[in-house]
Structure formats: structure tokens, C-alpha cells
Design a protein around this ligand. Structure first.
Ligand SMILES: [Zn+2]
Length: 339
């Protein structure tokens, strides 16, 4: 059946429950190209930024095109021999410090690993083998496959049927639906991962409460979200590439994410920002798009000068490194621990 009408619902602030909201800016569905218009609001009391009104839950699937939405297309990475050979040696001295996110040496070493080699290489430094991992919004199962081959016991949760099917074809255990629908037993997992997923969840506080229930005592949660408090978001505002309405229901800052986590009974044990290399060019293109066609969100302007594109791509890593050094980068990573 072809669904053409927007079905929207107005919500209160999910952090403080307040209804005193002010309009921030209009936004458009830029990815799927339906050209539908939405709006972002901010709570006056707690400063949480969110989409309001937003599509009703039953209509979410309409905004995730399985053929085009990139997390569902990722080819699984084959882990290297080094990843598979697990050696549980007791650590001491410098090695111990390097694997402790609370230690300054560990902070920089783990940040370096995550930036250069990806999430998995960092996480396996701080989590022992045989860890029971739950990846919420696991997409086609790329991360789960690496973790499985490393020796962890893994489980995924994914809403989209097509992505679930791809993950299952790889032999992964994936529940299709929401975390709440999965009804995992208490304390089933030691680590829960939500990589660019938390901003998509309609009730983040309720999701964290459920995550807390399925986590073992002292279990950890790794959350990565776009950082609305970063420099790139502040400069580009409504042209920021991570606005991504209506899929991103919330745009978090370090402060609002921290408050939601603490309210659900977690303490924050690691926080940093990490900026990818495509964001600035994408923001410039969205900004040009708005200048050329105000009110249009469907198609994206593209710079045709290869020279200009290369120039931006060359200076971006340097600029982003500077933002991350002062904690104002484009992506926000937090590790939470169940108290
Ligand atoms: Zn609020």
C-alpha cells in the first residue's frame, strides 16, 4: 500500500517532562527524498533538542529505505588473525594504563585506536573475551560478526527486516523489533552497544531503563551519537549534515546525553568526541542547497569542482583533529556503567 500522508504526533520533553518548548528551525527529509518538512524544538528547561511533532512509531519504517539507507548496505569486515587469537594475559604497568579509559594514557591510546582502526579495536582492549554483547540497531551485523569471531557471545536487535535477513544469513542471532519487544532475561549482557542508534530511539530514557535491566552488574553501554554541541553543528545549524530528519528524533549535546544517562542510573566513565572526514563537505553542500533552493530538502547540491572538493577533504582531518582535541567534535562517544 502506498502511504503518502504524514502521521505526526506532538510530544513533551522526554528528559524533564516539560512542555515549555521553543521552535529552533525547520528541517527536511534529505536522505530518502520525500521532501517532507519537519521542525526541531528545544526544551527551555533542560535544553534537550528534538523533532516535534514527529512521525508516529508505526510510520517510522516509511523513512528507512532498506535499499538506500547506508547502515543496511555495509559489507561485513573479515577480522584479521590478530583479532581472532584471543590472549587473556594479566596486564600490568603501562599496558594496564593503556587499556584504562580513566587514565590519560589510556584515553589517548583508546581514542587513537577508535579513530584509526574502528570501534571494535578499542572495545576489545577494555572488555575481556567471552563478553556477552548486545548490539542494538545492529544493521546488517558488521560489528557483531567481528565480535563473534573474536570470541564474544553476541546478540543483535534490529528493526528492519531486510537488514535482519542479511545478518541472519551470516549466522548471527538477531531479534527483529525493538529492545523492549525482545524481552531478554535480566542481566543477560555485559556490554550493550548503540552506534548512531540512540538518536533514533523515540523514548531514550525508557530504552536506557530496559538496557539497565538486561545488563549485568557493572556492565557497560557504549553510545555514539552526533554531537549537536560541536563546532560544526554550531556553525552550520540547520545545514548540519547530522540533522537527518525525521530519522534523528533527538540532537544530543554532551550535557543532555549525560543527564539522560544519569537519570537512568548510569555513571559516565568515558567521553570524547570524534569527527569523521566527510562532514564539512556535506555541510557546505547542504548550505549551498538551502541558498539556491530555500524550502527544498529533497535533492542535494554538489560541488562539481574536483579541485575544491580535494582542497576541503585535505584540510578537513586537520580541522577535525583540532575540534576533537578540545572536545567539540562532530560525533559524541560515551561509555556508561551500570551503578
Ligand atoms: Zn526538558
Amino acid at each position: 500500500m502506498l502511504e503518502t500522508a504524514q502521521k505526526l504526533v506532538t510530544v513533551n520533553c522526554r528528559l524533564c517532562g516539560g512542555g515549555d518548548l521553543f521552535f529552533l528551525f525547520d528541517s527536511y527529509d534529505r536522505d530518502i527524498g520525500k521532501q517532507e518538512k519537519f521542525q526541531l524544538v528545544q526544551c527551555r528547561l533542560c535544553k534537550l533538542v528534538f523533532l516535534n511533532p514527529r512521525p508516529v512509531f508505526e510510520m517510522f519504517h516509511r523513512y528507512y529505505d532498506a535499499e538506500r539507507y547506508y547502515p543496511y548496505q555495509m559489507a561485513p569486515q573479515a577480522p584479521s588473525a590478530g583479532q581472532i587469537a584471543v590472549k587473556e594475559k594479566p596486564k600490568s604497568g603501562l599496558k594496564k594504563a593503556a587499556c584504562d579509559p580513566a587514565n590519560p594514557i589510556g584515553y589517548f591510546y583508546l581514542s587513537y585506536l577508535a579513530q584509526t582502526k574502528g570501534d571494535f579495536h578499542r572495545i576489545k582492549k577494555v572488555v575481556p573475551s567471552q563478553t556477552r554483547l548486545l548490539d542494538i540497531g545492529c544493521g546488517a551485523g558488521q560489528f557483531l560478526l567481528s565480535a563473534l569471531r573474536y570470541g564474544w557471545r553476541v546478540q543483535g536487535v534490529e528493526m528492519m527486516e531486510q537488514a535482519c535477513r542479511k545478518a541472519k544469513e551470516l549466522g548471527l542471532s538477531v531479534f527483529q523489533g525493538t529492545l523492549q519487544q525482545a524481552r531478554f532475561p535480566d542481566k543477560s549482557f555485559d556490554l550493550v552497544r548503540l552506534s548512531h542508534v540512540f538518536e533514533h530511539l523515540p523514548d531514550p530514557g525508557a530504552s536506557l531503563v530496559e538496557i539497565r535491566r538486561v545488563l549485568s552488574d557493572g556492565g557497560k553501554v557504549l553510545i555514539t551519537v552526533p554531537n549537536f554541541g560541536g563546532v560544526i553543528a554550531r556553525i552550520f545549524g540547520k545545514s548540519w549534515w547530522c540533522v537527518d530528519s525525521p530519522r534523528h528524533l533527538y540532537l544530543y549535546t554532551p550535557k543532555t546525553l549525560r543527564r539522560i544517562a544519569e537519570k537512568a542510573g548510569f555513571k559516565i566513565i568515558f567521553q570524547r568526541t570524534a569527527t569523521g572526514n566527510d562532514g564539512i563537505l556535506a555541510c557546505l553542500e547542504y548550505w549551498m542547497e538551502r541558498r539556491k533552493r530555500p524550502g527544498s530538502g529533497g535533492t542535494k547540491f554538489q560541488f562539481h569542482s574536483e579541485k575544491f572538493r580535494r582542497f576541503i577533504q585535505r584540510i578537513t582531518p586537520m580541522v577535525c583533529w583540532g575540534f576533537d582535541c578540545v572536545g567539540l567534535g562532530d560525533g559524541l562517544e560515551m561509555t556508561l556503567q551500570k551503578e
